[in-house]
Design a protein around this ligand. Structure first.
Ligand code: NAP
Length: 524
């Protein structure tokens, strides 16, 4: 499939005339063909109006049609073959195997949402029978189901050009909920976005759905994203990226005449608590695993372990020495964009002024490169310098040395909201872990033991979320089946005649859903 540099607005491919944008190959330090035409207010308005017009037909389409649509997107992405992988490699400098894995995850999550749509539990179909004889007052017939919010705008992330982008988790969960989606193409992977966008556009047409179910907008600078968030037809936002970008969108959404929810995933340093028993039993293996996790994907993961916290003793000293030696063997690698590489370099410069650098990755000359760096501070220093708890996006981490358990708990309490927290522990660490757990539950969306946080499973029980600033709304997740909840709201139908009731709430349960009927959960 050929990349044309056009936007996809409903069923049309449209060349924007407000600006010219080019994708960039960070490894070769060179522009990529073709030039993209950036759109403006007219294209935003057209995409939003089409989405609004498509909403009722799309949400009322049979669940089986919706499920097959999601599966068709997955099939169309696979059919793009190496063209997609090669373009994503050129635009992101990510290796082939990583992008193939990411493609598998992307189609896997589309298929997970297809099965979720068919199963229908997310509708929360609930029936409370009328009680006409109840004293002192009769009870009405009450029935509840969840319905989609309306058109959703999705901002993809630079670091996952497939799994958190055009047909990524936000889009899949919004489609599954029954919402049309307008994607703002990420400037770092314009060509990848167009290819995937065309796969979605084809699935819309082949599924017989209204064209406004999907649009892909390209634009230069923040203005186009701001216009999308402000458009009255848009009912929710999914975003993954910087704290500054996410907060700017939250602000615009809150100031609209009708404010809307923004589900922004922003920044996290993912603390790892390395407890004494684990250090004594396998400190050297843990040090190697930690540094692999810090430098994986040039540290460009929202779940990168940017902070390790341990208790002062000789085992922790050995762990730090081993981690430093492992990091020194890691070389310079190309980051996703020149801008992200320069933000990393600035972050490291500032960190050098606040903490002791104990190891630096091997020297190397690479375009848009990042050289890994490891820091050590005392808990006292960490608590006094809040900037050490801020995310630096890239292959760097800080090790905090605590005098005792109370100080470790104090460090845990001082942290901002996080996507993850990790406990590296043995059986004899259970008591300390038990003290940490309630503190961590208040801070994070996922707590893991004896692993590293990089690597997020797409499944029913996954939570990829957490209190601010990890996200703008800690009640939700952007990965896993529960992500659908963000784009739904409950509606109660009181005493509606059978002819007007939604199928999900009909007496004879024609969709064979599991429903809560008079307090009993079952296929009733
Ligand atoms: P970003 O700069 O926040 O951009 C993400 C998307 O939002 C882009 O499409 C961007 O498009 C748009 N955008 C940003 N600010 C906006 C604003 N004020 N108004 C309207 N639209 C706006 O994030 P990024 O490019 O993915 O990476 C940059 C930094 O984000 C990284 O250095 C890292 O710190 C952080 N990051 C965090 C995560 C995470 O998972 N927590 C993931 C990736 C990146 P335009 O630039 O065209 O407006």
């Amino acid at each position: 499939m050929k990349i044309t540099g056009e936007m996809l607005i409903g069923a049309s491919a449209v060349r924007g005339t407000d600006a010219t944008l080019r994708a960039f190959d960070p490894a070769r330090n060179a522009d990529l063909e073709p030039a993209f035409g950036g759109g403006g207010a007219a294209e935003v308005a057209r995409a939003c109006e089409l989405a609004d017009a498509a909403f009722d037909d799309y949400r009322h389409a049979p669940l089986e049609t919706r499920a097959q649509f999601l599966e068709a997107i997955a099939d169309n992405i696979i059919a793009l073959g190496d063209t997609l992988i090669e373009r994503a490699m050129a635009e992101s400098a990510l290796p082939k195997a990583r992008l193939e894995g990411e493609r598998a995850r992307t189609v896997g999550q589309l298929r997970l949402f297809a099965s979720l749509v068919r199963e229908g539990r997310w509708l929360c179909a609930t029936l409370d029978s009328a009680q006409p004889d109840r004293k002192p007052l009769p009870r009405a017939d009450l029935r509840l189901q969840k319905i989609p919010l309306g058109p959703v705008v999705v901002f993809g992330a630079s670091n996952f050009p497939l799994a958190f982008s055009v047909a990524g988790g936000d889009t899949a969960s919004a489609f599954a909920a029954g919402c049309p989606v307008i994607v703002k193409s990420h400037p770092a992977h314009l060509g990848t976005s167009e290819l995937v966008g065309r796969a979605v556009q084809k699935a819309v047409a082949d599924s017989g759905l209204p064209e406004g179910v999907f649009s892909l907008i390209v634009g230069a600078g923040n203005a186009i994203g701001e216009a999308l968030v402000a458009h009255p037809a848009v009912q929710a936002i999914g975003f993954t990226g910087s704290r500054r970008g996410g907060l700017a969108l939250v602000d615009i959404a809150a100031k609209r005449p009708v404010p809307i929810p923004v589900y922004a995933e922003m920044s996290s340093i993912n603390p790892v608590f390395v407890l004494p028993g684990a250090l004594a039993a396998r400190g050297d293996t843990l040090a190697a695993g930690y540094i692999d996790s810090v430098t994986l994907g040039v540290g460009q993961f929202c779940t990168n372990p940017g902070l390790v916290i341990g208790l002062e003793d000789s085992d922790l000293d050995d762990f730090i020495d081993n981690a430093a030696a492992a990091l020194e063997k890691k070389g310079v690698q190309t980051m996703l964009t020149a801008g992200i590489a320069s933000a990393y370099a600035d972050g490291i410069k500032q960190r050098d002024g606040a903490a002791k650098r104990i190891a630096t990755g091997a020297k190397g000359e690479t375009a848009s490169g990042a050289r890994p760096a490891l820091y050590r501070v005392s808990a006292e220093e960490f608590l006094a310098r809040p900037q050490l708890a801020e995310e630096i996006f890239g292959p760097t981490s800080v090790i905090v040395v605590c005098r005792d358990e109370d100080e470790m708990i104090a460090v845990a309490r001082s942290l901002e909201g996080q996507l993850t927290a990790t406990l590296l522990m043995e059986q004899d660490d259970v008591e300390l872990a038990r003290r940490l757990l309630p503190v961590l539950e208040r801070k994070v969306g996922r707590i893991l033991a004896n692993g590293f946080p990089t690597g997020v499973e797409v499944s029913y029980a996954m939570v990829h979320g957490g209190p601010y600033p990890a996200t703008s709304d800690s009640r939700s997740t952007s990965v896993g089946a529960m992500a659908i909840e963000r784009f739904l709201r409950p509606v109660c139908y009181q005493d509606l005649p059978a002819a007007l009731l939604p199928e999900a709430l009909a007496d004879d349960n024609p969709l064979l859903l599991w429903r809560l009927r008079d307090g009993q959960l079952g296929p009733n």
